[in-house]
Design a protein around this ligand. Structure first.
Ligand code: HEM
Length: 343
């Protein structure tokens, strides 16, 4: 089905909004009334039509605007894209995966035509029609990983597997929740997860690493992460903290509904065929509180999650300045009824 792409912004006047249809497909990540870190991984398989799992690489109404925002970020700061020299084979793996998945999921919008190593890629929403030689980077306007991730929603890391660990050796990171590719490039799994509280102590990262080292090709896996963002801003990077950090002090009882956003990351992990690296896709979804309370079971559950969140997570996720105000605003939608697990 053809998607109606929106013209909107993630900066300045922040005109980003979800249509009612897009709210219904929002991946609300809580299956109970409280939240704690866990190894919350499940097979990344196709789900029902009309959900974000309908296609394994999800494209929605925000695609064109997000790609425009990415181009703006890269123009200001080219280091948001980096790939170490030994990652070229993984770059081509990623280009193939993203082209195949987008063309399979959205044939109205994307077409991939292959004749041996002569490939033609048509991206109608962005007005692109390029022919190139697979494996020959000189036939594309950018390196293959940069080329395709300028045309795919979400952030992307490619991690190399060696010495029983994973190494962040390439990334396209412009929509991140306060971490820096330029800082993390070349780090391993435990190093880049260093700042995360509590999870190390309860063994989450030991178990997750073991699981990922054995990830099989053709059997991608997925998990959710979440945080909250003031204004629908995609680029909440440490590099631009001076632009968005102060927004956290601007939340009042009158503007909570529009300013405070739940930010959900649907993360999928894919073993790549030639390089044996892993592609980590961080697909970000934003929804403001006015949109969230249009679904009564979410309106009931979310204030309960916020009330019971461990203090270490409140601090790490940067919620301290506006959590109470948000709980107060949301609480009028919580009638105290019990909720069902799993919804
Ligand atoms: C946070 C990358 C896989 C659990 C983070 C951060 C990065 C990251 C860069 C931010 C750390 C900071 O504060 O600077 C990655 C990459 C992965 C991966 C590249 C794939 C290879 C996983 C897996 C799990 C996990 C499999 C768990 C099962 C977490 C948790 C946080 C985190 C709990 C804290 C998030 C929050 O509270 O907002 N990850 N991660 N990660 N990661 Fe991962």
């Amino acid at each position: 089905m053809a998607i109606a792409f929106k013209q909107e912004t993630f900066r300045d006047d922040f005109s980003y909004r979800n249509s009612p249809g897009n709210i219904r497909r929002f991946p609300f990540p809580f299956d109970r009334d409280e939240y704690m870190y866990s190894v919350n991984m499940e097979p990344h398989v196709h789900g029902r039509a009309g959900t974000v799992y309908e296609s394994l690489i999800d494209v929605d109404e925000h695609y064109v605007a997000e790609m425009h925002d990415r181009a703006l970020v890269l123009k200001e700061d080219p280091l948001r894209y980096q790939a170490l020299p030994h990652m070229m084979s993984a770059q081509w793996d990623t280009l193939e995966l993203l082209m195949e998945q987008q063309a399979a999921g959205y044939p109205d919008h994307f077409t991939l035509i292959r004749n041996g190593d002569q490939w033609r890629w048509i991206n109608r929403p962005l007005g692109i029609d390029d022919s190139f030689t697979f494996g020959d980077a000189s036939t594309l306007p950018y390196e293959p990983f940069e080329y395709i991730t300028r045309q795919a929603q979400g952030d992307f890391c490619i991690v190399d597997q060696r010495d029983g660990n994973l190494w962040m050796d390439a990334g396209m990171v412009t929509t991140q929740a306060d971490w820096s590719l330029d800082f993390d490039i070349g780090m391993n799994f435990m190093e880049w997860h260093g700042p995360v509280p509590l999870a190390h102590q309860i063994g989450v990262f030991d178990r997750a690493l073991k699981f990922l080292l054995n990830l099989q090709q053709g059997k991608p896996t997925r998990r959710f992460n979440w945080t909250m963002t003031i204004n629908p801003r995609l680029d909440t990077s440490p590099e631009n903290y001076h632009k968005w950090g102060p927004d956290r002090t601007t939340v009042t009882p009158d503007n909570v509904g529009q300013k405070v956003h739940l930010r959900v990351e649907l993360q999928s992990l894919w073993r790549l065929p030639r390089s044996n690296a892993i592609l980590f896709v961080i697909r970000c979804y934003l929804m403001n509180m006015e949109e969230l309370v249009t679904v009564p079971k979410w309106a009931r559950r979310f204030p309960r999650v916020l009330k019971t969140l461990p203090p270490e997570l409140i601090d790490y996720k940067g919620l301290t300045r506006f959590r109470e105000t948000t709980i107060d605003w949301l609480s009028k939608y919580d009638d105290g009824a019990p909720t069902s697990p799993g919804i």
